[in-house]
Write a protein that binds this ligand. Structure first.
Ligand code: MG
Length: 265
């Protein structure tokens, strides 16, 4: 499989978001437009996070019908979103607002369709192939840095008091560096994009079990959001599920693990 836009390919998408049980506003939002998907988790007082996440999603979403779309276009849109959030954050109500952004797009690279994943912050993109799910993105968070340094265990990370502190976001830094991955498609793969309101409430094994069912992606997305709310709903929760179906059932598969990062970390 080397195309995502040709005949015999069907991309199905589901998306859902919920304010949760504790927060007064939903400062998350999502993007699901043509071949471009994303989630954004806004932060800031007086509901300013809603403004920041909306700017992030709208600015990147303006690329939805650009063809060909290239990884540099996504990076440019993320830079633009950052500048727009910074420029909007000059009133007392919006000062200090920011947002994460984790996105997935079909891009053209080396003359063929590829997936492109971009990330700033601690929202996540997971990829499922067969029964194996892996997190593509790397959280930009204090807890991730402590984990990487071997100073805490994964169990400690899950309840660490600093688990909500992120080290990169749009709108809080003049030039935050997004991580980018570009990799070829693989047969039967699925993606899960989500904010931390999901991953703080639902374990990765349950995410994998939900993602690998044959259910429609909209049912999966709503089911995961419901599970997060049921498990506590302590944060806004947002999920986008992207599933690729193809007629090419007997094609040989190459190793397409996403290690061809443009700027690996
Ligand atoms: Mg959150």
């Amino acid at each position: 499989m080397n195309t995502l836009t040709g005949q015999g390919i069907r991309i199905r998408v589901g998306a859902a978001t919920d304010v949760g049980r504790v927060r007064a506003h939903n400062e998350d939002c999502y993007l699901a437009e043509n071949l471009l998907w994303g989630v954004a988790d806004g932060m800031g007082g007086h509901a300013a996070g809603e403004v920041a996440s909306r700017i992030g999603v709208d600015t990147v979403g303006a690329l939805a019908y650009r063809h060909p779309l290239r990884p540099d276009d996504l990076l440019g849109a993320i830079r633009d979103a950052n500048a727009r959030i910074l420029a909007s954050g000059s009133t007392p109500e919006t000062e200090g607002m920011g947002t994460t952004f984790a996105g997935l797009a079909v891009v053209e690279a080396a003359g063929a369709d590829h997936w492109c994943v971009v990330n700033v912050g601690d929202s996540r993109v997971y990829r499922l192939i067969g029964n194996r799910m892996s997190q593509i993105t790397h959280d930009h968070s204090e807890v991730r840095e402590l984990l990487d340094a071997g100073l805490i265990t994964p169990a400690e990370a899950a309840r660490h008091p600093m688990r909500n502190i992120i080290t990169r976001s749009l709108g809080t830094d003049p030039a935050p560096t997004p991580d980018v991955w570009v990799f070829p498609p693989s047969r039967g793969e699925r993606f899960l994009l989500c904010t931390d309101g999901l991953t703080n409430e639902v374990g990765e094994r349950d995410l994998m079990l939900a993602l690998r069912t044959d259910a429609d992606p909209q049912i999966i997305a709503e089911g995961l959001v419901d599970a997060a709310v049921r498990n506590g709903g302590r944060d806004n929760v947002t999920v986008v599920v992207v599933a690729v179906d193809t007629d090419e059932d007997d094609e040989e598969e190459a190793d397409t693990s996403p290690r061809s990062a443009l700027n690996p970390n």
